[in-house]
Write a protein that binds this ligand. Structure first.
Ligand code: PLP
Length: 435
């Protein structure tokens, strides 16, 4: 697979280069030059395959020239070692649970696959790869747990003191091995500024092989296509083949992967992009004007994004043709008040506890059905995180129903390990140089 930049279609880089750089110099995003069509017989008989088998078929269509078959199979089995069940709520409504990985969020798919792809490309004897990440919560946990124990890599995570949730802090600080956590006496922006400065620092770049493992890395997008195919397989097994997906969206990586799956040959009737009041994309589809704005804090805080970084990828997949895009993508926004009402409605109707991001995707299904009564497709809304990660949002009687998964109870018995640093760059640099 060769890749170009969305800012320069003449550029050609290898997959390996795109993985280690995350982003082209021109600040575009890497996209595959060619999007292959999956074998029609495979899609036709997809219900006969397991998640790892489906993942291999999809990954291999893109990466067969980069990673030999046996290595790719082993890499996938190691990375995608948890389930992604489409749980049936009623005859035509399903919730796709993407939170069964170690960090209890769908970002595990991307982070675990990326870490193993990076480790694969680090040949024996190559310099240790140093991953630097600033996090406000969720991304850091997925990256830390994704790289945990991966050979020839080391992760340094900076998080703002007192500003991540208790579960998130456990995920960041109880790992040991090749993961270091730094509790910064400052804000997320301070953490991000420190990491940015480190990437620009000549001394650090001479001594270390630094990478950002950024969320826009192409190796995080590819594994997110797997569960769209796998869901289609699960529905097809039940005799359902018309499907719409509702995706709670912030940076639009998740729905971007869904649209990549569509372009690879997955038959999907409609994608619904569900946002909170950070509604740059719904406004764009309504007005034709793409206007970013500063983000607003909401209950669904992993979607508090005013300038969705993957949107250029989606426009690129549709060759900038907004009319073609609008035939496949509908977008709706919901307020915090509506989100809370959505959480209560899902609990009431299905006795199911959904996290605030998931509730927004559910509300979008309801709205889509109201506006499109003739469409009898099955609807799948993606559950991007386990409800236990957002304990403060729920009314007491719903919170009481949340079961704490073993991933969390395991962590609670482990000691917190974090180094404390201030916001000055010299202190952070000295810390890194010590090794
Ligand atoms: C990151 C995240 C999202 C948003 O996903 P994007 O790919 O950025 O659109 C939604 N829900 C949860 C829980 C997340 O962590």
């Amino acid at each position: 697979m060769k890749l170009y930049s969305t800012n320069n279609k003449d550029l050609r880089v290898s997959f390996k280069e795109a993985v280690f750089n995350s982003m082209p110099q021109d600040k575009g995003l890497y996209m595959p030059v060619e999007i292959p069509q999956l074998d029609a017989a495979f899609v036709e008989n997809i219900e006969q395959y397991s998640l790892p088998e489906i993942a291999y078929q999809v990954a291999s269509a893109l990466l067969k020239d980069e990673i030999p078959a046996d290595d790719l199979k082993a890499l996938i089995e190691d990375a995608i070692n948890f389930e992604a069940p489409a749980v049936k709520l009623d005859d035509k409504t399903f919730v796709l649970e993407l939170f069964h990985g170690p960090s209890l969020a769908f970002k595990d798919f991307g982070a675990r696959f990326m870490s193993r792809v990076m480790a694969y490309f680090l040949k024996d004897g190559e310099q240790l790869l140093d991953v630097l990440v600033a996090t406000s919560g969720d991304t850091g946990g997925a990256v830390a747990l994704g790289f945990l124990g991966v050979p020839n890599t080391r992760v340094t995570i900076l998080y703002p003191e007192g500003k991540v949730s208790p579960i998130q802090e456990l995920q960041l600080t109880t790992n040991g091995q090749n993961i270091r956590a730094i509790e910064v006496k400052g804000t997320f922006d301070d953490c991000q500024a420190l990491v940015k400065q480190a990437f620009a620092d000549a001394d650090l770049n001479n001594k270390f092989r630094l990478t950002s493992a950024n969320s826009i890395n192409i190796s995080r997008l590819i594994p997110q296509t797997f569960y769209y195919f796998n869901t289609y397989a699960q529905l097809k097994k039940q005799g359902l083949s018309d499907v719409v997906f509702s995706v709670p969206s912030g940076n639009f990586g998740n729905i971007g992967a869904g649209l990549l799956a569509y372009k690879l040959g997955l038959p999907v009737k409609q994608f619904i992009a569900a946002t909170n009041v950070n509604d740059t994309v719904p406004r764009f589809l309504e007005t034709g004007n793409y206007e970013t704005k500063p983000s607003t804090q909401t209950y669904s805080n992993a979607m508090d994004v005013g300038a969705p970084s993957n949107w250029v990828r989606i426009m690129d997949l549709f060759n900038q043709d907004v009319d073609a895009l609008k035939k496949v993508v509908t977008a709706y926004r919901f307020t915090d008040e509506e989100t809370l009402a959505g959480i209560k409605a899902i609990d009431h109707k299905f006795n199911y506890v959904a996290c605030p991001h998931t509730a927004i995707a559910y509300l979008a299904v309801e709205k889509y059905r109201n506006e499109n009564p003739a469409d009898e497709s099955a609807a799948v809304f993606l559950s991007t995180a386990h409800a236990c990660k957002f304990p403060d949002i729920f009314p007491e009687e719903i919170a009481a129903k949340i079961e704490i998964p073993e991933q969390v109870t395991d962590l609670e018995s482990k000691p917190k390990q974090a180094d404390q640093l201030g916001v000055d760059f010299e202190g952070f640099k000295a810390y890194l140089l010590k090794g």
